[in-house]
Design a protein around this ligand. Sequence first.
Ligand SMILES: O=C(O)CCC(=O)C(=O)O
Ligand SMILES: [Fe+2]
Length: 231
Amino acid sequence: MAEQISANFNRNPGLNERKDGVPGHYIGASHYRNAPGTYFSDAKNARPFVDALFGDLVDPVRGLFDALKRELHNQGIELRLLHSEHGQANVCRAICWSGAGVYALDPHDDVAQVLCAGTESELPRVANNTVVALNLYPRMPEQGGNLRIWSHKPTVADRKSQQVETTGYPYSAAYLEGVPCHDVQLKAGDVALIDGGFIHGVTRESRGGKRRLLLNSFLGFARPDLVLWWT
Ligand SMILES: O=C(O)CCC(=O)C(=O)O
Ligand SMILES: [Fe+2]
């Protein structure tokens, strides 16, 4: 199944290069640095292409979404996709990072983009709780492409001091010097669930062979009885 998803990624007509300063190719929509109207229209335009990643397969991310939704429902908690009058989020996005330095994806946190989602969005409330990143890896390179996690959760003041207040991206090597970190070595088919408040990044991958492919979503509590899911 992982191989079928990565073949569907490679030949997908919705495959685009990111133009928001984060090097990579993607299918789907990113809330990051996007106004809500743009995010939801991107999500709608990309939906057929996200669906085409899975074709006739059982979509594994939707499978997790549905299972968690049932489980939370039994506990009186609603799980749903982020929506607004502009539209609705997709269940996932697919990304191949292409940073050419030490990192394929530079060190960052996933909370700044949530905090700065705008007053009319339900999303900033999630930042009071854990912003969870759900990552599935249909394809991994021979070497590298590790998920590196530092044991540091930046505050708003930390982000301001690093001029990454609204993005949480990228943190410099100087800022991270001396902060302990851990590398998660992933295999194709792995699922990683992380607290996106901790700084994390992706190490450079070996070239010439298989490229690393990520299916990513975010989720978190907006209220004690509501969990939101977005990309
Ligand atoms: O590719 C990964 O393993 C991490 C992705 C990530 O951190 C993100 O999409 O925010
Ligand atoms: Fe992240």
